[in-house]
Design a protein around this ligand. Structure first.
Ligand SMILES: Cc1cc2nc3c(=O)[nH]c(=O)nc-3n(C[C@H](O)[C@H](O)[C@H](O)COP(=O)(O)OP(=O)(O)OC[C@H]3O[C@@H](n4cnc5c(N)ncnc54)[C@H](O)[C@@H]3O)c2cc1C
Length: 385
């Protein structure tokens, strides 16, 4: 029988990290367990940052761990020696392990990382509780905000900002949400945004941030410029692997894992940092449910190795924006036109099903309003020239 490890170290103390810890103890792991987390806050619910927190609801804490664990909160791991099986902490201490879980998530990608910002631009991004508190404060003056990035996060930030009285322009190299959600859902949410006076502009040549004495100026490839009281980049996230530099495991595309979330026999990875096998090769799926299910599998793989059942992902995604609540089971983007599978007034929801797929969406809006959003609006979108 496989020997279980005596010392497990988990680096990254958010959803995936705390789920690994909880799963290990629930499955009878009695050895030493250390959880290392760089943020000074107790673990919190990141999706709430772009929703409740910007509306003033700070109730974001994840349930506290009730098991025995040596929690090192406010401590960053700065290095890994996989041969000696040691994690190096920011104070210089080395913590030995027999099993390691890497759950360091992701960081906001910057336009500067993509070579799309002039030197010295101060770029504002949105990823953690401090970012959310900062933006919450800035919204008090009902500013004009320019958001670069019309993906899910950019659109949620636009939604929360207009709810607080800000005016918002969203700029991207492609039309909002289409590549993530498919044309039907993208159109629906874009129209809901336009009804709230959000303005859109895009050009396939992309966006640059120019340095100015105030907030940066956003320039589209066709020369159109956008200025705001604040400019926010929401251009995706990159795996947080900087601390693994030199260990042979680093890389922005994340740690490649097998179907049991193993990087190698003694190291697992889960959540936004992990690139899980898919039909298109290893891919990060930076969503809440993926982090949860990968973390459970990763913990079991540390304990039971090959006896752990491989993870078969159950893709699930949600977003709340502009008064529309979307829940998707199945693969995205959802291409083609869906049929209404159920119109369910008691739950105020509509279930849509896409032909030939298992994808279904429950929008918590009445069918009448859904139909209204499916109609073209008179508000125009600035489109690519
Ligand atoms: C604003 C926002 C809204 C979102 N909304 C949704 C949504 O509506 N639906 C959905 O499905 N998903 C949503 N997500 C995605 C979801 O929150 C993530 O998939 C999930 O949080 C991933 O959890 P994780 O534990 O892997 O990573 P993270 O939550 O990123 O946590 C990683 C932790 O590791 C710590 N860490 C990093 N480096 C180190 C180090 N060197 N040493 C120690 N600690 C370190 C970090 O500080 C962080 O606390 C949203 C994400 C954001 C940012």
């Amino acid at each position: 029988m496989r020997r279980r490890p005596n010392r497990i170290v988990v680096v990254g103390a958010s959803l995936a990290g705390t789920t690994v810890v909880d799963t290990l103890r629930r499955h009878g792991y009695t050895g030493s367990l250390t959880l290392i987390g760089a943020e000074s806050h107790p673990a919190y619910n990141r999706p709430a940052l772009s929703k409740g927190v910007l509306a003033g609801d700070e109730d974001v804490a994840l349930p506290p761990l009730s098991c025995e664990v040596d929690e090192r909160i406010g401590t960053a791991a700065v290095g890994l020696d996989p041969d000696r099986r040691e994690v190096v902490l920011d104070g210089g201490e080395r913590v030995g392990y027999d099993g390691l879980a890497v759950t360091t998530g992701a960081r906001a990608r910057r336009l500067a990382d993509l070579g799309a910002a002039e030197d010295g631009v101060r770029e504002m991004t949105f990823r953690d509780l401090d970012d959310a508190r900062l933006l919450f404060g800035l919204l008090a003056t009902r500013p004009h905000i320019v958001i670069v990035g019309a993906g899910i996060l950019g659109m949620e930030l636009a939604s929360a900002s207009v709810d607080r009285g800000a005016t918002v322009t969203v700029v991207d190299r492609q039309p909002p949400l289409r590549s993530q959600l498919g044309p039907h859902l993208a159109g629906l949410l874009t129209r809901a945004a336009q009804r709230r006076q959000v303005r859109f502009a895009h050009h396939r040549g992309g966006v640059r941030l120019l340095r100015s004495s105030g907030p940066p100026v956003v320039e589209l490839a066709d020369g159109r410029r956008f200025e705001g009281d604040h400019v926010l980049s929401a251009v995706g996230c990159a795996a947080e692997t900087g601390w693994l530099a030199g260990s042979g495991l680093d890389g922005e595309r994340g740690l490649t894992v097998d179907s049991r979330c193993r990087v190698r026999q003694d190291i697992v990875a889960a959540g936004d940092v992990a690139a899980f096998p898919s039909a298109d090769g290893p891919r990060r799926t930076p969503w809440w449910t993926s982090a949860l299910e990968q973390a459970r599998t990763a913990a079991m793989a540390l304990l039971d190795g090959d006896d752990t059942p491989p993870l078969v992902p159950s893709p699930y995604f949600w977003t709340d924006q502009f008064g529309v609540r979307v829940r998707v089971c199945g693969a995205l983007p959802a291409d083609g036109e869906p049929a209404v599978a159920r119109d369910d007034p008691p739950s105020d929801g509509v279930l849509l099903r896409w032909p030939g797929t298992a994808a279904a969406v429950n929008k918590r809006i009445p069918i009448g309003r859904l139909r209204a959003l499916t109609e073209p609006t008179t508000t125009s979108t600035e489109t690519q020239r």
